[in-house]
Design a protein around this ligand. Sequence first.
Ligand SMILES: Nc1ncnc2c1ncn2[C@@H]1O[C@H](COP(=O)(O)OP(=O)(O)O)[C@@H](O)[C@H]1O
Ligand SMILES: [Mg+2]
Length: 271
Amino acid sequence: MSNVLQLSGVSVVRGRKTLLGGIDWQVREGERWVVLGPNGAGKTTLLQLAAARMHPTRGTVGILDETLGKVDVFELRPRIGLASAALANQIPEDEKVLNVVVTAAYGVTGRWNEEYEKDDERRAFRLLNEWGMGPLLGRVFASLSEGERKRVQIARALMTDPELLLLDEPGAGLDLAGREELVQRLSELASDDDAPALVLVTHHLEEVPPGFTHALLLRDGGVVASGPITSTLTEANLSETFGMPLNVVSRDGRYTATAKDGAIAAAASAS
Ligand SMILES: Nc1ncnc2c1ncn2[C@@H]1O[C@H](COP(=O)(O)OP(=O)(O)O)[C@@H](O)[C@H]1O
Ligand SMILES: [Mg+2]
C-alpha cells in the first residue's frame, strides 16, 4: 500500500456553509498524525471523510488505495478503525464491555443475536486486556468511568485489525490522570511498528502524545499548516490556528500552550 489517505482539492459544503475548503492532505503508512484546530474548524468533518462515512462535495478522497465513490464503502469501513463521541452515543447503556468490542467485528453496535465466533471473542478479550480493561469485561458500558469508556472505544476501533485508526477527541471529558494515562497509551501505540497509521483529532496541545510524527492544523475549514510535527507545531502556526497569540513550550515530546501576555485583552478589544 502506498497511500493511507490522499485528499486532493477536497471541499465539503452544506447549504451556504463551507465545512472544509480545498483540502490537500496525504497520510502514508507508518505515520502518526495529530489534527489540531479550534471548535468548528472542520476536524470531525475531515475524520468522517477519512472514515468513509461521508463523501466530499468536491475533490477526491483516496483511502487505503481506494477512491471514495468508486469503492463499496461497506468493504472499506472494516479496514478503518474509528472512535468518536457520535459512535459512543450509539452504544446501548446496558451493553456489556466485551460486547461493545466484539460487535465491531460485525460492524454493529448493540445487541447481536448471532453466536460470536470464538476467535472474535478471544481477540476482543486480548484487546481489552491490552488497554487495561481486562478486569472490567463483564461490566456494563454505562457504569464505566469516562477514561475507561475511552479505552473500550479504542479497543473496539482496533477490533477489525484496521490499517488506519481514527480517534476523534479521545481525551474529551477526561480528568488529568485519565488524560495522562491516555496520552501514555497512545504514545506506546505510536511506537508500535505493528500499529496501523494513526490520526488523532484534538483541540488541546497537551494531548499530543510523544512519538506522533506529523501535524495538520485546521482553521475555518482550511489548512493553516501541515507536515512533520516539530516544524509544524510552531508558535506562529498555532497562534494563527487558534486566533490568539500563544506561547508554545515543548519538552520531552509534550506540548503546552498559553496565551501571550495581553492576548486576551487584545482579542476582546478587536471583537
Ligand atoms: N450538516 C451541517 N450543516 C451545516 N453546518 C454543519 C454541518 N455539520 C457541521 N457543521 C458546521 O461545520 C463546522 C465544522 O464542524 P466540525 O467538523 O464538527 O468541526 P470540529 O470537529 O473541528 O469542531 C461547524 O461550524 C459546524 O457547526
Ligand atoms: Mg469535532
